[in-house]
Design a protein around this ligand. Structure first.
Ligand SMILES: C[S@@+](CC[C@H](N)C(=O)[O-])C[C@H]1O[C@@H](n2cnc3c(N)ncnc32)[C@H](O)[C@@H]1O
Length: 213
């Protein structure tokens, strides 16, 4: 899968690319490209945003800047999904992640300050995604959330079996995963459920099914 992220801070993604599972699939199942709006802006001195028409606080990411960035990489409007990260977007859910992980090519656009000139969302994007009903300072944490969520659904990202029985998965009926415990079996009088220490796999499976939340 090809994932392209347009941002003002490509260097901020170096942490993400060093972490599993993104690091595991990079170069095989995932090709992640990072582009800076500043490298292709048609404006002087690396300008990318401007004051809002109608007045008010903050700066808005310019449509000509984003169009120039997309043109420089794709030679025009790309045929694949171009997604604006925005609080006004459709909420990111595991279902949305599963759909995105099936795509061959996806582009993510990050903004900052007051956000996108609306013409970017209307004319240059296919859709927009919100990572939750709250406002963050820029679209880079949201973009990293989307990249990480997609990466763990790509073949080979996770060790055998660990990606199937997860919260929100079809295998758990969309529910939340059962509780996990590890050593010590008792700590400050807090005990691990006996069934998990029993070695009886059928009973363990039953207990886990009963504890999907
Ligand atoms: C400070 S926010 C802009 C908020 C906008 N003025 C509003 O009131 O909805 C700057 C940028 O951060 C990103 N962002 C902030 N919160 C987000 C969220 N919940 N989901 C996705 N992107 C978000 C978007 O790219 C947004 O354009």
């Amino acid at each position: 899968m090809q994932l392209d992220v347009f941002t003002l801070v490509p260097h901020a993604y170096s942490w993400l690319t060093e972490q599993r599972p993104v690091a595991t699939v990079l170069g095989s199942e995932l090709d992640l490209r990072l582009f800076s709006y500043r490298d292709t802006t048609p404006l002087k001195a690396g300008q990318v945003d401007d004051e809002p028409y109608g007045g008010g606080a903050g700066m808005v990411l310019r449509v000509d800047v984003v169009a120039a960035a997309l043109d420089s990489v794709y030679g025009g409007q790309p045929p694949h999904r171009v997604i604006a990260l925005s609080p006004q977007g459709r909420q990111l859910t595991q279902d949305v992640v599963e759909q995105l992980a099936q795509e061959k090519h996806v582009t993510l656009l990050s903004a900052r300050f007051e956000g996108f000139d609306e013409r970017i969302v209307e004319h240059l994007c296919t859709d927009s995604i919100s990572v939750g009903p709250y406002v963050l300072s820029n679209g880079d944490l949201p973009a990293m959330i989307v990249v990480d969520a997609i990466a763990r659904r790509l073949p080979g990202a996770l060790s055998e079996g660990s990606g199937e029985l997860e919260s929100f998965s079809a295998e758990l009926g969309g529910g939340l995963e059962y509780p996990h415990y590890t050593r010590p079996a008792e700590f400050r009088g807090w005990h691990v459920p006996d069934v998990l220490l029993s070695g009886d796999h059928a009973n363990v499976d039953r207990w886990r099914k009963d504890h999907v939340r």
